[in-house]
Design a protein around this ligand. Structure first.
Ligand code: LMR
Length: 351
């Protein structure tokens, strides 16, 4: 269905004036498209798996607001949070099939497209600073990765941060030895699988929508996620201990169906790009604060004991986990890992 219906809508909302097209790009920032009757609007379904009250959830709503405002209603964005429309595992298929127009999977979830390179973001301790992360996502490395999506029928629109991950379990996790034998839920990434095995744990890949129940019922013993995901899903209520390890990064690539995107009228696409730019700036500016706030709330809840690794403990974890970089070279590509290191080296980081 959707391809035809969407095309039909696009035809109907094509803006008559050619004036907009010839204006310099900078002027578009202030221009809003003429209002369009709601029934004629181009529909963008934006599906994701986390709560509205998370960095991704808020950025998706920010995109909706900016896109609808900028296009004067020519575009209507429906945001479906909490896996209400599609879960991990089927959201990429839904995008390719035109059942949704935008999704923002975590960078750990691109192997179904055959793009295991995205798992470079999962390597433990690969980003000692946010500055380095930004150099990677905004620079050549990140943009080349997004280009790899095109032959798959997908267009990459942006990178959105969530943040650095913490570990949780019903036992204290202070040293790598504490992970021995624990079943730890992970996203479907081989790098995360290797990370947990290196710690002596048993990795359990699972859709995000199933994690709370699995923790509650003891199907798994623990998990990793940035505090915003842990708190918004109340995982801290069923986990006695949380360790602030910041051992790895979790972020997203916001992606759209290429055919849908290329089929949009130029002026609509331009306004959507600007709306995405706005949402991305918002996401990447506030994600860190949102995670800090979530961690504060976890602490205040008194349900989980929150432990911060000491400098020595952190170094112990780092030394234990760095061999994962080597182990994953064939999956990710040695050159890509080196290119990421190079961005770190420019800021004085050593690997
Ligand atoms: C997870 O599965 O833990 C995360 O990818 C969820 C998300 O989208 O942040």
């Amino acid at each position: 269905m959707p391809a035809l219906r969407v095309q039909h809508r696009i035809e109907r909302v094509k803006i008559k004036s050619t004036t907009l097209r010839v204006l310099p790009t900078v002027l578009f920032i202030a221009v809003v498209l003429p209002a369009v009757a709601a029934a004629d609007a181009i529909l963008i379904r934006f599906s994701h798996v986390v709560a509205d009250d998370t960095p991704k959830g808020k950025a998706a709503l920010r995109f909706k607001e900016a896109a609808e405002r900028r296009t004067g209603g020519a575009v209507k964005v429906e945001v479906y949070p909490n896996s209400t429309l599609h879960k991990d595992g089927d959201e990429i298929d839904a995008l390719l099939a035109g059942k949704v127009e935008i999704i923002a999977p975590s960078l750990s979830k691109f192997s179904p497209l055959g793009l295991t390179e995205f798992e470079v973001f999962d390597l433990p301790y690969i980003f000692p600073s946010r500055g380095m992360l930004r150099r990677v996502t905004d620079g050549g490395v990140g943009q080349e990765l997004l280009k790899k999506l095109e032959p798959k029928g997908v267009t990459g629109l942006a990178y959105w941060d969530n943040g650095f991950k913490i570990m949780s379990a019903n036992t204290r996790l202070r040293t790598p030895a504490d992970f021995k034998g624990l079943r730890m839920r992970i996203q479907t990434s081989r790098v995360l699988d290797a990370q947990m095995r290196t710690l002596g744990a048993i990795p359990a890949p699972m859709a995000f929508s199933e994690v709370f129940k699995a923790l509650q019922t003891g199907v798994v013993d623990g998990t990793e996620n940035p505090p915003s995901n842990l708190y918004s899903r109340k995982m801290h209520e069923v986990q006695k201990y949380v360790t602030v390890s910041n051992h790895g990064y979790l972020g997203y690539a916001v992606i759209t169906n290429k055919k849908f995107w290329d089929g949009l009228p130029d002026n609509v696409r331009l306004h959507l790009k600007l709306a995405m730019f706005d949402a991305t700036r918002y996401a990447n500016l506030y994600a860190e604060k949102e995670n800090n706030d979530a961690l504060t709330k976890v602490r205040a809840s008194g349900k989980s004991e929150v432990y911060e690794l000491t400098v020595d403990e952190r170094e112990m974890w780092r030394r234990a986990l760095m061999p994962v970089h080597r182990e994953m070279e064939t999956r990710i590509g040695k050159e890509l890992i080196q290119a990421v290191y190079k961005e770190g080296a420019a800021l004085g980081h050593k690997f």
